[in-house]
Design a protein around this ligand. Sequence first.
Ligand code: GRF
Length: 201
Amino acid sequence: LRIAVLASGRGSNLQALIEACSDGRLSARIVLVGSDRRQAQALQRAESAGIEHFSLDPKAWPDRAGFDVALFRRVAESRPDLVVLAGYMRILDAAAVEAWQGRMINIHPSLLPRHRGLHTHRKALEHGDADHGTSVHYVSAELDGGPVIAQAMTPIRSDDDETRLSERILQLEHQLLPAVVRLIADGRLQWRQGMPWLDEQ
Ligand code: GRF
């Protein structure tokens, strides 16, 4: 499986994928890492792992649609079977989403459909939720709204704050994302009729 990863920041989920590929848990190859931020740590991680990488500055394009055309042109050149949004913080243009439907997944730090968008850990705490977690889902036109593939959960403790909770969620993400990509790489998870399908095996 050829994977392209888009990331805007720290890139710890990218790192989890890099490690899963290099230690053989994942029979896949990360062929490209792209970012909308030149300073993203994700790009340094790609560099250290010897993975082709690039960044494009959104300010150089007049609008979102134009930027996304340029971004996904680069992505398409690497001929990925799967695009993984791993902390990619820009909303995608509808045409890009449409073109990659069923071949693009995102990891979002909440138990969707709860808490779409930003500051999910704060929202879960403020809301008094009993539990919190992370979701991997196919990307659709609706922000954080595509079909959920898998989730991992942790109970919220009385002494949790945003930092503690986010650290725990991140640990779960580093397990969940490679696990989902592995299902796809092994051909066990497919996109059929607008839904994730898990083969019985
Ligand atoms: C993760 O919590 C992910 O769910 C969210 O952004 C964060 C990215 O972290 N979309 P990192 O850049 O992978 O370390």
